[in-house]
Design a protein around this ligand. Structure first.
Ligand SMILES: [Zn+2]
Length: 200
């Protein structure tokens, strides 16, 4: 690639680290931004800074929040008997949008993928176990992971390793397209998958 002034190549490098963005797309984004008013760039820069400064991880469910403990974990009206295990924090908003779930969440932070270094130690498995050991109110653990190869492997691992804790373990009903991630499921399909969840 041709050499660009440092501010351009710095931002190209930053964008190229985003999922699904290669160097060419990154360069296209940067040139687009260069054509925008300086004020818009400042607004965007401020939004990025605030993201880093104000967003924390909830110490209970590990979602992103601006509070010490997230809104869902603090909500006394939620069902303390249900814990829904999701892959990423973004899955919580997908499940919330179905309006079919009223329990609490646990964000695993990934699925098992030994080739990419994702093992039980790199996802929040220990934290999930500790939570189940300390919160006796939890009766059912819904493994709401995507029906992908790694999601399935993770469900099998959790099914086996959480079994001794004596809780009901369920998974989403089939109906979600195989191999698809929860991220792209529509509300109705996901709502049905939740309603028809299966005992493991
Ligand atoms: Zn929380």
């Amino acid at each position: 690639m041709r050499r660009f002034p440092e501010p351009i190549s710095n931002l190209v490098a930053a964008f190229a680290r985003l999922p699904g963005v290669g160097p060419k797309t990154a360069l296209r984004y940067v040139f687009y931004l260069l054509s925008q008013p300086k004020f818009d760039l400042e607004v965007m820069a401020r939004a990025l800074t605030q993201l880093g400064e104000r967003i924390k991880t909830c110490p209970r469910c590990y979602t992103y929040t601006e509070r010490e403990i997230c809104e869902i974990c603090q909500d006394p009206k939620r069902d303390a008997g249900l814990l829904c295990v999701v892959e990423e924090a973004r899955d919580i908003s997908t499940i919330e949008s179905t309006g079919m779930y009223s329990g609490f969440y646990h964000v695993l932070g990934g699925t098992l993928n030994p080739i990419e270094g994702m093992t039980p130690d790199t996802i929040r498995y220990r934290q999930l176990r500790e939570r189940l050991e300390s919160e006796q109110s939890i009766q059912e653990v819904i493994l709401a992971l995507s029906p992908t190869t790694h999601g399935e492997a993770t469900i099998m691992f959790l099914q086996k390793s959480l079994a001794p804790l004596g809780r009901s373990l369920t998974r989403l009903a089939r109906g979600l397209p195989l191999g698809a991630t929860l991220e792209f499921a529509d509300e109705v399909t996901l709502g049905d998958a939740l309603k028809g969840r299966k005992q493991l």
